[in-house]
Design a protein. Structure first.
Lengths: 100, 339
């Protein structure tokens, strides 16, 4: 395979990743609603630790555990943000990177 | 806001910080580095004190990203503010606008003589004090409303605008009859009660930097005026106190480009108070224009040796005229104009 073949393969994977990430986000939104109704705090450090541990356990490489951890930290950050919106509302999923 | 955790911060400490960041309404961007965990707090909260996070256990450093001033920030008005006095006189445009005059109004003859010579040399605004905040209560305190009347008459005669210092909110209405721009002196820069009152007027305000104020504090003071709805604010660098005592103050020339970058408000320099000595005024005036100042505030007296206040830092009419000639040469070098 040449570079463009590999890139095409990557594009296909990215498409699936986006679909899967959105599936995951939908779960987070549902959890947000339940947390809101049941008065459960947004931030659940034990659960986040569990997600990271699961990711590392499932990791067979070549990505290092550290790399998987950093990627999942971002996924968790975005899920937490989605849950917050489900709990407290906001116009859309935030895109405020510039206003840090 | 970015929170950098200590190298040996525990999981519990990191969790506690995230907990507090989430509770404050921010989104979290957690990043585990090779040695340090960095927690980004994403979102904008105006009434937020980042120092609260510096005190949490395991935190090494907290870096604030957004400025505490909003209306005064350059982002609010990227093109820059131009304060318009009418008759083609502005501060903040391409033209460098010079306000000149004596420290205090002393008599109709004195203010008229000074107005005549500064107008002839190219100044557009007459500056003088009628209420003088003197360090000593026994020093000359100014002529009050009578002084303002003399100043207005002299300015009108020579087609100048008038700027004079306001000391107290109770003077605003009366002074509004005589002045085209209120000056807030260095000693009053953090008189928030006065700043709020000026925010409710629409007349331009010349806000001088306090002698111990940081640039951020100056911009926060401007924010008070802007927040009241008055957008005609001109900032003024007039020297700060440093360990150097040779001159009266240290004129912070670097503040000019710094403020130009941070804020959309025009900035002028006052080399007279900035140095306190006549012979040092022209070099600092030239430097300020070269550094990008939108204008200057210069003390000129027809008879400096007999001035009732600040004679030592006042230029003679001849010195002022010569300086204006030099500034006309410097201005085009920095893409500005001085008519």
């Amino acid at each position: 395979m040449n570079i463009s073949d590999w890139r095409q393969r990557m594009d296909e994977i990215d498409k699936k990743l986006v679909e899967l990430l959105n599936e995951r986000c939908k779960c987070a939104l549902e959890i947000g609603h339940i947390k809101h109704e049941s008065n459960i705090p947004l931030y659940q450090p034990t659960r986040e630790k569990e997600v990271l541990a699961n990711a590392e356990e499932n990791n067979r490489g070549p990505l290092s555990h550290g790399a998987i951890r950093r990627l999942f930290e971002r996924i968790i950050d975005e899920a937490r943000s989605a849950e917050r919106i489900a709990m407290y509302g906001e116009s859309s999923i935030t895109d405020e990177e510039e206003s840090k | 806001m970015v929170i950098v955790m200590h190298e040996d911060a525990t999981d519990e400490q990191i969790q506690h910080v995230i907990d507090r960041v989430v509770a404050s309404g921010f989104d979290v961007h957690r990043s585990t580095g090779a040695s340090h965990t960095v927690i980004g707090a994403v979102g904008v909260h105006r009434d937020f004190d980042h120092r609260d996070f510096e005190l949490l256990e395991g935190v090494r450093e907290v870096i604030r990203i957004t400025q505490p001033f909003k209306l005064a920030s350059r982002q609010f008005k990227p093109q820059g503010t131009i304060v318009d006095f009418g008759r083609g006189v502005t501060i903040g445009g391409n033209e460098i606008t010079v306000a000149a005059g004596p420290c205090s109004v002393e008599s109709p003859e004195q203010i008229n003589a000074v107005a005549e010579c500064v107008a002839k040399a190219g100044a557009k605004i007459l500056r003088a004090g009628a209420f003088k905040p003197r360090t000593s209560p026994y020093a000359f305190q100014g002529l009050g409303e009578k002084g303002l009347q003399m100043m207005r008459q002299a300015a009108d005669k020579h087609k100048l605008f008038v700027v004079s210092e306001v000391m107290d909110p109770s003077q605003i209405q009366m002074m509004g009859n005589y002045v085209d721009m209120f000056q807030v002196g260095a000693r009053n820069m953090q008189n928030y009660f006065l700043l709020r009152a000026l925010g409710e007027t629409q007349k331009p305000v010349l806000l001088k930097r306090g002698m111990s104020a940081t640039i951020e504090e100056l911009l926060l003071s401007a924010e008070y005026i802007l927040a009241g709805g008055n957008y005609n604010v001109v900032l003024c660098e007039r020297g700060i106190r440093t360990f150097e005592t040779y001159l009266r103050n240290t004129l912070d020339i670097a503040a000019i480009p710094v403020i130009k970058k941070l804020s959309h408000l025009p900035i002028v320099a006052d080399p007279s108070h900035g140095t306190g000595r006549r012979d040092k005024v022209p070099p600092m005036a030239r430097a300020a224009v070269a550094a990008g100042a939108d204008g200057l505030l210069i003390e000129v007296h027809n008879d400096p040796d007999h001035a009732l206040s600040d004679g030592a830092q006042s230029l003679t009419p001849g010195e002022f005229s010569q300086l204006m000639g030099e500034l006309r040469i410097i201005a085009p070098a920095v893409n500005r104009h001085l008519s």
